[in-house]
Design a protein around this ligand. Structure first.
Ligand code: ATP
Ligand code: MG
Length: 479
């Protein structure tokens, strides 16, 4: 951090400079107010004496407030001049300190100001997005100011409160679920339920009873009747995630339920009518699936009344700084950390990365980074990026049937691997395993082998962690 010390009294300046240098700060000195005003642009914090001949401390403060509002100004006032100190605070001074001051007092106040300066630097600088805050960083809980995100916001605005079905398409981790929730929240159904079902996580044989429910005795084990997700979503929104994964036989039944807004429970004869708004999402190219005979075109047209295509993160890298800021804030709270900023080269590395796992991958990288970060600023070396820099493979491969994923209905744990050519793929896989193992060991160490807590740190389910531990031969650590 660079600190500007402005004081016309050379002795006082020397004392301050020596003290701050000892704390490891870089110092810029000014002997007059005018000189100080000149140097405002290249420092992070200002300490200025109030009384100086010519331009005084108030003028330095005004110049800073006007041109460099992110730079905190500490005013040094004469003993007993509380009135002036208050004036300075009103004019925007960060704090004041009376002469003569204790070294400890000045150290504390400077530390506080440095924290503030760092936080200010984290705050979006005006050129990152259009002015007019509130909505400036995004909308509906979706961060992003790129043209593509604006287009999505405007579709959400237009269609949220209509009954039309929406098909959200996007690679893994692009925010499909978030868009689905935004549509629900912006509709008059928001007081009704938002029911989600992940079609990829439901075994084929259970799909129909999950969706439509069953009557007692419909099959072995059906000891009582149970409503399906369509019924549960009555009056609200039903979100069918990974719709590309539903078996063709089910597609017919789903089509009928949509067309006629009615269905029967499995093993039931009563026709049930519901008022449900349907939103579906997929990371597959459904039109290609139609061509392959895996998806019915009549169902597709029913689902695709309003298409929303979320572009991959690498196609909207302009959103990365804001997303990074948003995610750091989120994990600071969640992990009780206090990361204040990110180094320019670290941010540049994030912008240059390919992000095959999109925002979810960005979240994972930052969470790991924050979890193990030493200082309050993320440095380039802190980042644990894989090797996907540059243009990554073009198409997401359908969710790989990794055991962990199937076990984890909410699939919090991330990115499906993408297809890369032979050897590179093997390298990436091996490298991923290595990093995974390392992080698991670290998390277990940090939590004293508490699997539940470690799983929470790693943001995967306990079950997933146990499977991973088995896979990596860490089972003996299980307690
Ligand atoms: N625009 C955004 N602003 C802020 N956070 C976002 C944004 N998009 C996605 N996220 C976050 O990224 C993560 C992944 O988002 P989400 O689960 O909605 O993606 P998805 O497309 O459904 O992923 P998957 O295909 O893996 O199910 C979530 O934690 C979500 O909060
Ligand atoms: Mg999802």
């Amino acid at each position: 951090m660079k600190i500007l010390v402005a004081d016309d009294e050379q002795n006082l300046r020397r004392v301050l400079v020596a003290l701050l240098r000892r704390e490891g700060h870089e110092i810029v000195q000014a002997a007059t107010g005018l000189e100080a005003v000149d140097r405002l642009g290249d420092v992070d914090v200002v300490i200025t004496d109030l009384r100086m001949p010519g331009a005084d401390g108030m003028e330095v403060l005004r110049a800073a407030a006007k041109n460099f509002p992110q730079v905190p100004v500490i005013m040094v006032t004469a003993y007993g001049s509380v009135g002036q100190a208050v004036e300075a605070i009103k004019a925007g001074a960060f704090d004041y300190i009376e002469k003569p001051f204790e070294q400890e007092a000045i150290r504390l106040i400077v530390d506080k100001a440095i924290g503030q300066a760092a936080a200010n630097r984290m705050a979006p600088s005006p050129n990152l997005y259009q002015p007019g805050d509130g909505e400036a960083k995004g909308k509906f809980g979706l961060v992003g100011t790129s043209e593509q995100m604006h287009a999505i916001f405007s579709v959400i605005d237009k269609v949220a409160d209509t009954p039309s079905t929406v098909l959200i398409t996007g690679e893994s981790g692009t925010g499909k679920e978030l868009v689905a929730k935004a549509l629900h929240e912006q509709s008059s159904r928001k007081s009704g339920p938002f029911i989600k079902i992940n079609c990829a996580a439901i075994p084929k044989t259970l799909m129909e009873s999950e969706l439509f429910g069953y009557e007692k005795g419909a099959f072995t084990g059906a000891t009582s009747s149970k409503p399906g997700r369509f019924e549960l979503a009555d009056g609200g929104t039903l979100f069918l995630d990974e719709i590309g994964e539903i078996p063709v036989e089910m597609q017919v039944k789903l089509l009928r339920a949509i067309q006629e807004s009615e269905f029967e429970r499995v093993g039931g004869i009563r026709t049930i009518k519901v008022d449900v708004r349907l939103i579906t999402a997929t990371n597959r190219d459904l039109e290609a699936e139609i061509a392959r005979g895996n998806f019915r075109d009549d169902l597709f047209y029913r689902l695709n009344v309003v298409p929303i295509l979320i572009p991959p993160l690498r196609k909207r890298t302009g959103d990365i700084p804001l997303l990074v800021q948003h995610i750091i804030k989120k994990f600071n709270e969640r992990l009780k950390k206090n990361i204040l900023s990110i180094a320019d080269d670290a941010l540049a590395a994030l912008e240059a990365h390919g992000w095959p796992g999109n925002i979810r991958e960005l979240e994972n990288v930052l969470e790991r980074t924050i979890l193990f970060a030493q200082g309050d600023r993320i440095e380039r070396n802190d980042l644990q990026l894989g090797s996907t820099a540059g243009e990554p493979p073009p198409l997401p491969v359908p969710a790989a049937p990794v055991a962990v994923r199937a076990a984890d209905e909410d699939d919090e744990d991330g990115d499906s691997p993408n297809e890369i050519s032979g050897s590179l793929k093997d390298i990436v896989r091996a490298e991923t395993s290595r990093v995974e193992r390392e992080l698991i060991v670290k998390a277990l160490d940090e939590t004293g082998n508490n699997v539940t807590q470690a799983a929470r740190l790693l943001k995967i389910s306990r079950k997933s962690l146990q499977m991973k531990m088995k896979e990596f031969g860490l089972r003996d650590r299980d307690v």
